[in-house]
Design a protein around this ligand. Structure first.
Ligand SMILES: [Ca+2]
Length: 587
């Protein structure tokens, strides 16, 4: 923990022990001989550990029997729970807190409440102060549990089915295959060794690399779609074993689906436009020719229709408008689901074909209620080398895609990544609040369709096309994992990319990620959690998530007091370099 974080923690952490649930009650009974009813007024005040202060304790007091009113009694009760009260009586001469302090600390109970407790004993003579305390503790606890239940039940009822609890984990990076050269295990076998680790992080979906034989070792230039034995990541049997192991831990395997293009293995007329796979398992011919390739592909002289999306130069772009192509791809995806065990898709380069085709691929394979996501790496708006504040244009691109695809898949929130890393790198946290007062990326408009991530196999190590500041990954994850949206963790941030990686991030990063995911789970943060941005200035960002978490980013130490969460209501849950998180007590 940094010195700054430690100082912040000492300033915010309650001074009482939080090691175990504990209720401490001190009750003071005042005599009041002038009271015509000869009743004493009692004051109770509560120091509650683990019990939150919401709802405000309706501390019960009021009248006490006459025999009690003639004595001044102070007693203190400690309990590890409501049923284990132990009481001691102090002498009347014991110092007592000032009445002003007591009144400031509590809300006086009603006389009716105390009467009700008293009469429930059937006789004034049977009354004992512990009755009142026990009843009070039970009432507060019941009231508190009801309130917590209500808050928990309020959220996540409108997320898309299958999307609300997703914790996505990218289980590979750009050199996952190459490292296998130095191991006697292939990639799939090495991930198999880490299934328990993934489960311990609360991962629900593991994103695996493109499984087919590919011209490039990383899998993004697929050729023989059904050939899973010649992949650089391992063979089909290893893949199926891995997926089964994931499934046994409740983790869904998500395939990286590369279908904008397909590499041909044979030349026709001097061009690579004849494919090697001949038939599918059902006998469908897929030795496609030039007719399967978009006519406007600049390199491969296709004779199909015009490309319905963007084109890439390195491989033949498929003509998705052709029903035969789509049917073949749907059959392949169905085979990946039924024969191999995948149960969700991550669509690569989804801007390469029309959104309605992506929708069809989801609808006719895993269905809309299974988590799918897509890569639409949209460009950000820059002025020279400075990122513009307004990034509505790129997120509009993503929103338009979602509308056209009927929300058939979530999208990686590239705008949030770009804004977040500039905010952290340049200490410009004002970027994290858009002109409407909300989050500035896709998540600001459609959190249930926004996959929040800090890096992936392209942007981060070792390709580093657009890397997040490696010394602030914890801060980035404090945002990505604790904000409304679908959280995604990049595998190498948990298990490190390779042994030769000199700067293996912060050695604490895996622990930080695990802690943040645990906080997310305990607080029940989901894609539709409510976000209130409390502050977004140069060196400070603070947000309230669902009224359960307070997330603080930025180097500012002297946080304005009015922004700090109440110690009574929130406890510091974790902190790291330039971030701190408070959680409402009771979660
Ligand atoms: Ca295309």
């Amino acid at each position: 923990m940094s010195r700054r974080a430690a100082a912040l923690e000492s300033r915010t952490r309650p001074k009482i022990s939080m090691s175990r649930p504990k209720i401490s009650i001190r009750t003071r009974v005042f005599t009041d001989d002038d009271d015509a009813n000869r009743h004493a007024h009692s004051l109770f005040f509560l120091e509650h550990h683990e019990l939150p202060s919401f709802p405000a304790p309706s501390i019960k007091a009021g009248s006490l029997p006459s025999e009690m009113s003639r004595r001044q009694t102070t007693f203190i009760a400690h309990a590890s729970d409501a049923s284990q009260l132990a009481m001691s009586t102090e002498s009347p001469s014991s110092p007592t807190p000032s009445e002003d302090a007591l009144r400031a600390a509590i809300k006086l109970p009603t006389r009716e409440t105390t009467h009700r407790v008293f009469h429930s004993r059937g006789s004034e003579k049977q009354f004992e102060p512990s009755d009142l305390i026990e009843r009070f503790v039970a009432d507060v606890d019941e009231h508190f549990q009801d309130a917590v239940s209500q808050i928990k039940a309020q959220k996540c009822q409108h997320c898309k089915p299958g999307y609300s609890d997703v914790v996505l984990f990218q289980a590979f990076d750009w050199i996952s295959t190459r490292r296998s050269h130095g191991s006697d295990k292939n990639y799939y076998e090495r991930v198999l060794d880490r299934v328990d680790l993934l489960a311990s992080y609360g991962v629900t979906h593991a994103w695996l690399p493109p499984p087919s034989l590919s011209v490039s070792p990383e899998g993004y230039m697929p050729s023989e779609l059904y050939n899973l034995d010649a992949s650089e990541y391992g063979d089909k049997a290893s893949l199926k074993t891995l997926i089964a192991a994931l499934k046994s831990k409740g983790i869904v395997a998500v395939a990286d689906v590369v279908i904008n293009h397909r590499c041909a293995e044979y030349t026709t007329d001097g061009r690579f436009k004849s494919f090697a796979d001949e038939v599918t398992p059902s006998g469908r011919k897929i030795n496609w020719g030039a007719w399967a390739i978009a006519e406007d592909d600049p390199c491969f002289e296709g004779t199909g229709a015009s490309d319905s999306g963007d084109s890439i130069a390195m491989a033949p772009d498929l003509d998705h408008s052709n029903p035969e192509i789509r049917d073949a791809l749907i059959e392949w995806l169905t085979w990946l689901r039924d024969d191999v065990g995948f149960d969700g898709w991550r669509f690569d380069f989804v801007q390469g074909y029309a959104p309605e085709y992506a929708r069809e691929y989801v609808e006719k394979t895993v269905g809309f209620e299974k988590f799918c996501c897509a890569e639409n790496w949209v460009g950000m708006k820059w002025t020279h080398d400075v990122l513009d504040y307004d990034q509505n244009a790129p997120r509009r691109v993503l929103l338009d895609w979602l509308a056209a695809a009927g929300d058939a898949a979530a999208l990686f929130d590239f705008p949030t990544k770009g804004i977040l890393q500039e905010a952290i790198r340049r200490r410009e946290f004002w970027r994290l609040r858009d002109s409407r007062g909300g989050p500035p990326g896709l998540a600001g408009y459609s959190p249930q369709n926004a996959v929040l991530f800090v890096d992936n196999h392209d942007t981060g190590y070792p390709q580093n096309h657009w890397p997040f500041p490696t010394d602030r990954l914890g801060c980035g994850y404090a945002y990505a994992l604790l904000h409304p949206g679908i959280p995604c963790v990049f595998g190498p941030h948990v298990w490190c990319a390779d042994a030769s990686q000199a700067a293996c991030w912060n050695a604490n990063l895996p622990r930080e990620i695990k802690t943040l995911l645990d906080i997310r789970r305990r607080a029940g943060i989901c894609c539709e959690s409510t976000l209130t941005i409390l502050e977004a200035s140069s060196e400070l960002y603070m947000a309230n998530v669902d009224d359960k978490l307070i997330v603080k980013l930025g180097p500012m130490y002297d946080v304005p007091r009015e922004l700090l969460p109440s110690e009574d209501e929130f406890a510091l849950a974790t902190s790291g370099d330039d971030y701190a998180v408070w959680m409402r007590r009771g979660f």
